[in-house]
Design a protein around this ligand. Structure first.
Ligand code: EPZ
Length: 450
């Protein structure tokens, strides 16, 4: 995507990147964005205060904090860096106009449904935001909530929910193992009356960590084999104290940046167990890594020299290759010899960013067909969801506009790997999910400036 240079992007939102320097050094990842935000919502379900450690300073956390505060939850910074204390003691209904200020800024508000229904008997959820990577419907969420007994009223500004007869356990099968819908069911079932059985549930590490949070609060949740989760509702829950799993998407993004720039980056805090599938692919394309087993832990990722190898991969739900790892890795694949094939099976429109890479010199073609071993939901629906990447390509600098969070970070990686000076517009979007990314870039020796 090329920016109209006559446009009015605020200068503070533009990053100038002098590329061609391998990234070298060490940075740290904190709690996973996609767990922390959900654990914050879970605090609404408790009678007492909850404490969350290692919370990253990112925009998504700010949005959830704002929404919780609007609902009377007292959120304070604890003594330790990254410690957040959430006290729902005075939770109350929020003013709809105030909630609407948050409309469109994140997808997390949808997860307030169950906790607010339990706490207040009703909920108002503003229109959702998040990354533009496909239609991102919420039909599974709504279906599940109705099964529990909620009444959902769609209005132009958002959703109004009530549960005049309370929320009751139910048997429900998800049409697809959606992360958000599984979390919706968990956050509703833990205090619903009776037993809930969820089939075809998502089992991502962030979900298992959310289950750990809920168990600490007093919930009874069994994770069976074959994606079945059973929840025995309890009338009351307490607070929790929790240290979240590290952000495996951020860790993989830095790993890909090390590979694409020919560098060597240690990601302190990254955890092998959550990244096994990524590590296998990283190694098979010619990247090197070493696990640090010290108390802080971490993974060192580097380009060992020589040529990278092309690969074929499909994104999938856990334990498959995460869709959020796809865009950063593709930048590195532009440097691999041969034809790489990427089949995106989680989101139908997550390859649009390849256009920008092509403008920088990459050779990537996108296809409507399923170019993978498994035909997916998008094959017959006219979505360009497979890519063939021919490499290696010499990337050159360009002016880029960031379309969404993960693609945005990939643009940055491409600019860092390219020869010359690029301007990246809309970088503030990256703050949604990458804490202090500019300081981290500088710490790794990148030449960037606002
Ligand atoms: C979560 O999104 C993450 N976001 C995403 O990360 C991540 O890419 C995704 O899970 C998959 O791992 C957060 O945790 C905040 P889904 P979520 O429901 O829960 C379809 C990032 O950059 N679907 O698992 O919204 C949907 O359209 C973000 O950190 C329905 O059809 O994802 C998609 O094709 C981007 N109906 C598929 O399921 C529904 O009601 C998977 O979505 C719900 C989902």
């Amino acid at each position: 995507m090329e920016v109209a240079l006559t446009g009015t992007a605020p200068l503070a939102d533009v990053l100038t990147v002098h590329g061609g320097t391998p990234l070298h050094g060490s940075i740290r990842v904190r709690g996973a964005k996609n767990l922390v935000s959900k654990a914050m919502v879970a605090a609404l379900l408790g009678d007492g205060p909850s404490t969350l450690y290692d919370v990253p300073n990112i925009r998504d956390v700010e949005v959830v904090r704002g929404l919780l505060e609007l609902h009377g939850v007292r959120v304070t910074d604890g003594a330790a860096d990254g410690e957040l204390v959430l006290d729902p003691g005075n939770a109350e209904s929020a003013n709809v106009d105030q909630i609407n200020v948050h409309a469109g800024s994140s997808r997390i508000p949808i997860l307030f449904c169950g906790p607010l229904l339990h706490r207040l008997g009703h909920a108002f959820i503003p229109d959702l935001g998040g990354c533009h990577i496909g239609p991102r419907p919420i039909d599974f969420h709504m279906q599940a909530l109705r099964e529990f007994g909620a009444i959902v009223d769609k209005t132009p500004g958002g959703l109004h929910l009530t549960a005049p007869n309370g929320l009751h356990g139910t048997k429900f099968k998800l049409p697809y193992p959606s992360v958000g819908a599984t979390e919706q069911v968990l956050l509703t079932a833990v205090r619903a009356e009776g037993v809930t059985e969820l089939r075809n549930a998502a089992v991502e590490p962030e979900i298992i960590d959310l289950i750990c949070v809920l168990q600490k609060m007093g919930a009874i949740i069994k994770v069976h084999t074959d994606r079945v989760i059973e929840v025995e509702g309890v009338p009351r829950l307490g607070g929790y104290t929790h240290r979240p799993i590290p952000d495996r998407i951020e860790a993989a993004s830095w790993a890909a940046a090390a590979l694409a720039t020919g560098g060597d980056v240690s990601v302190r805090g990254a955890r092998q167990a959550d990244m096994m599938t990524f590590l296998n692919v990283y190694r098979s394309v010619g990247g090197a890594f070493a696990i640090d087993d010290s108390s802080e832990g971490g993974i060192r990722f580097w380009h060992p020299g020589g040529e990278l190898r092309a690969t074929a991969l499909e994104t999938d739900v856990h334990p498959g290759f995460m869709t959020d790892w796809q865009q950063p890795l593709v930048v590195a694949l532009t440097q691999a010899r041969g034809l790489s094939i990427v089949h995106e099976t989680v989101y139908e429109q997550r390859l649009g960013y390849t256009e920008a890479l092509n403008k920088m010199g990459a050779t990537i073609q996108v296809y409507r067909e399923c170019l993978g071993g498994t035909p997916c939901r998008f094959g017959r629906r006219n979505f360009r969801h497979s890519a063939v990447i021919a490499g290696p390509s010499k990337l050159h600098a360009a002016d880029l506009v960031i379309p969404d969070l993960r693609a945005g970070f990939s643009h940055l990686i491409a600019a860092l790997a390219a020869e010359g000076t690029s301007r990246v517009y809309g970088v503030n979007l990256i703050n949604r999910g990458y804490e202090d990314f500019e300081s981290k870039l500088s710490a790794l020796g990148a030449h960037v400036e606002r």
